[in-house]
Design a protein around this ligand. Structure first.
Ligand SMILES: [Zn+2]
Length: 239
């Protein structure tokens, strides 16, 4: 690109910034050389540090499952805290770029060389129902997983886990939370062979963990020797 075009591009960028300044998705402050979330909010983010505790409260939600390796989440979810807007942006405003960015933040936070990543063969985002995918325009778990994959170098695979029930009603989801009928929602793709592999399941927000348990059980039904770890962007603290 010639110097003239570079100056023109820089000028246009400055004008756009002047009239449409980027704001922090959490506190709405104007961003200065920051991406999506301001430095102040990033410092205030209530990180779980679960990766430093192999018996953390998230992994305890999956102790009933065999071949479960480890589990971590980036930050605690709270309905009252401004950080909830990060998740609202992903779920309701289609902010794919933010989802990808948060994925890269998880890797930076844990550290690329941390033992958590050792032995993981691929990252598997939780699939969305077709209806939600159509409504939202993208799968936020997949976008977060892309960010993690880019930073960690671990490949992402969206074909291992399939959603076989497209449109569970709210009532049905409540039933799921009570651990009922969960085996029918997901299935492992029969055309793959992941025996003995180590998969990292990626979810955006974990509450009871019932959705993830449905996934873990679906994978273990097909690949009993498959090792599974869990990662979440946000975790609802257990009371
Ligand atoms: Zn902020």
């Amino acid at each position: 690109m010639s110097e003239k075009w570079q100056w023109l591009r820089h000028g246009l960028h400055t004008l756009v910034e002047l009239f449409f300044p980027k704001k922090c998705v959490s506190c709405n402050r104007r961003l200065v050389n920051e991406d999506h979330v301001c430095t102040h909010c990033m410092l205030q983010l209530p990180r779980t540090f679960f990766h430093l505790n192999p018996e953390n409260q998230l992994v305890q939600r999956f102790w009933s499952e065999s071949n479960m390796e480890q589990a971590t989440g980036y930050f605690y979810y709270s309905k009252e805290a401004p950080f909830r807007y990060i998740l609202y942006e992903l779920k309701y405003y289609g902010n794919q770029s933010l989802a990808h960015y948060m994925g890269t933040c998880i890797v930076s936070h844990i550290g690329k060389e941390h033992a958590f990543w050792k032995g993981i063969d691929c990252i598997v985002p939780i699939p969305l129902s077709k209806e939600r995918l159509k409504k939202r325009g993208y799968n936020q778990c997949e976008a977060i997983a892309q960010g993690i994959s880019q930073e960690s170098g671990i490949p992402m695979n969206t074909n291992i886990l399939l959603r076989v029930v497209d449109n569970p009603t709210q009532t049905r989801l409540k039933k799921l939370a009570r651990w009922e009928n969960s085996k029918d929602i997901f299935m492992a793709n029969p055309t793959y062979d992941f025996q003995g592999k180590h998969l990292l399941l990626l979810d955006d927000v974990v509450t009871t963990g019932s959705t993830l348990i449905s996934c873990i059980r679906a994978i273990h039904r097909k690949y009993p020797n498959c090792h599974i770890s869990v990662m979440a962007l946000s975790v609802v603290p257990q009371l």
